[in-house]
Design a protein around this ligand. Structure first.
Ligand code: AP5
Ligand code: MG
Length: 194
């Protein structure tokens, strides 16, 4: 199995690149942001609770997202592999993911970290906010999301670096160009699906 963590700050292109990667390599996309927004839209108890954090640009508690990931992995026993987008975001989540995958006799293969300047992140997300309808795409909340990323999520890169799995990618180029750079790394492990 090929299991990829697409890592990077809000607006670095995780969702955009995931869509391209999953099509090319036939992988299952797991985005905790998308899963949470779906819960919010359906007004489930989990969604109502999660929304309080999301609207403020804060991370949702670990146990909530870890539970969601576990069931999503279980739903796809025949998967060629997974792309984790926006997860893990804390060290506790990274450790929980390792345990979950170990239990399924697999592991994280590679972590690709998209590096983009803060100025560009804000520009992209403010731009997206004009059409996305996302309650967290206002400049005030975007700045808080980036701050939350710096304090809680960025240290997770060190966790994967210590395991020899981290590769940095310049994410400030055009979408197609960044995609090609990501593919160069992925192709060392799997080839595009037929
Ligand atoms: P989540 O949905 O994961 O949002 P995020 O990490 O803040 O990142 P985004 O989805 O905003 O950005 P992205 O990197 O996917 O970029 P995109 O491709 O969209 O999380 C939202 C919230 O949910 C969190 O704040 C938290 O509350 C909660 N949450 C989620 N997961 C959690 C977890 N594991 N633990 C706890 N809480 C969790 O691109 C952005 C824009 O830029 C788009 O308009 C795109 O078209 C454009 N763009 C992309 N690439 C380029 C490029 N190369 N050039 C120009 N424009 C580009
Ligand atoms: Mg996203």
């Amino acid at each position: 199995m090929f299991n990829l963590v697409l890592f990077g700050p809000p607006g670095s292109g995780k969702g955009t690149q995931s869509a391209n990667i999953l099509q090319t390599y036939n992988l299952i996309h797991i985005s905790t942001g998308d899963l949470l927004r779906d819960e919010v839209a359906r007004q489930t108890p989990l969604g109502i609770e999660a929304r309080k954090f999301m609207d403020q640009g804060l991370l949702v508690p670990d146990e909530v997202v870890i539970g969601m990931i576990s069931s999503k992995i279980d739903e796809n026993p025949e998967a060629r592999g997974f792309i984790f987008d926006g997860f893990p975001r804390t060290r506790a989540q990274a450790e929980a993911l390792d345990k979950l995958l170990e239990f399924k006799n697999t592991s994280i293969t590679l972590v690709l970290s998209l590096e983009v300047t803060e100025e560009e992140l804000i520009k992209r997300l403010v731009g997206r906010g004009q059409t996305s309808g996302r309650s967290d795409d206002t400049e005030e909340v975007i700045v808080k999301r980036i701050k939350e990323y710096r304090s809680k999520t960025e240290p997770v890169a060190g966790y994967y670096k210590n395991h020899g799995k981290l590769e940095g990618i310049a994410g400030n180029h055009a979408i197609e160009e960044t995609f090609k750079m990501l593919c160069k790394h992925i192709n060392k492990y799997i080839l595009p699906a037929e």
